[in-house]
Design a protein around this ligand. Structure first.
Ligand code: NAP
Length: 236
């Protein structure tokens, strides 16, 4: 049985990813701040954990698995503001959430991932914005750009034993994108910007995430995969 560790699982894309992994008969361990909101399942273990304050060593994960087949890191931020209002301290906070906390966890679970005989995978999340550029997005660009650099170089270092990839979604209907999708005018403007004339759903992003965390794509590593309604590549 494949064993997956996810930071997230309570809402958004990660909730749908967990559902797909459980439906495939896999074991899932979720770490997030609202573990009590996740529906129980015999193959699921949840822990309350905040990547900004908690240490992975404090929750006794060694008892849950000897080897680990996938790690998916879902916490992220969408901090939009004009460059004149970007504050270095806030950028560092976003880097802590999106990247440095992931780095610390990956360092501690590497031995377990290396023991997997089933094409182990690390999956991170970038954003469409790194590959295209938009006003008000410099903070997100710095942070997710760093995530992409990390993913490619980690993939090189861990090859051939562990695959490392990232998804780069465009606007997707989740709690994280709350203010952007709850304002009808902003949502409509975003729909119009996408060549496919819609925004993403967490279910479809999770389907791609599932393919990568499973052993279906053992030849893929070092990739940043756009799933963005065509926004990063085409003008319709
Ligand atoms: N949604 C979009 O439009 C969009 C666009 C481009 C890129 N992305 C990226 O895609 C990824 C997933 O996005 P999403 O929209 O699914 O996000 P989301 O709805 O905020 O879900 C994030 C998951 O991570 C967990 N999490 C957040 N902060 C945490 C913390 N400090 N400690 C532990 N767990 C934490 C959340 O659980 P708890 O709240 O229970 O802790 C939740 O399960 C993010 O990296 C995001 O930047 C999203």
């Amino acid at each position: 049985m494949r064993t997956n560790l996810i930071i997230g699982g309570s809402h958004g894309i990660s909730k749908n990813l967990v559902a797909l992994q459980l439906a495939a008969g896999e074991k899932v361990i979720c770490l997030c701040r609202t573990a009590e909101t996740i529906e129980a399942h015999p193959n699921l273990k949840v822990f309350n954990f905040d990547v900004m304050t908690d240490e992975i060593s404090s929750i006794g994960l060694e008892a849950e698995f000897e080897s680990l087949d996938s790690f998916t890191f879902c916490p992220g931020s969408i901090s939009l503001k004009p460059v004149a209002r970007v504050q270095i301290e806030q950028v560092i906070q976003d880097l802590n959430l999106n990247l440095f906390s992931a780095l610390k966890i990956i360092q501690s679970i590497l031995p377990a991932l290396k023991k997997s005989p089933r094409s182990p995978s690390i999956l991170m999340f970038s954003s469409v914005i790194v590959g295209m550029g938009m006003p008000m997005h410099t903070q997100v660009g710095i942070v997710k750009g760093a995530v992409e650099g990390f993913v490619r170089n980690l993939a090189a270092e861990l090859s051939p034993s562990i695959r490392v990839n990232a998804l780069a979604p465009s606007l997707t209907e989740t709690p994280l994108a709350g203010t952007l999708v709850s304002n009808e005018k902003m949502k409509q403007a975003s729909i119009e910007r996408h060549p496919l004339k819609r925004i993403g759903s967490s279910e479809e992003i999770a389907k791609l995430a599932y393919l990568i965390t499973s052993d279906s794509l053992p030849f893929m590593t070092g990739q940043i995969l756009g799933i963005d309604g065509g926004m990063s590549r085409i003008r319709a």
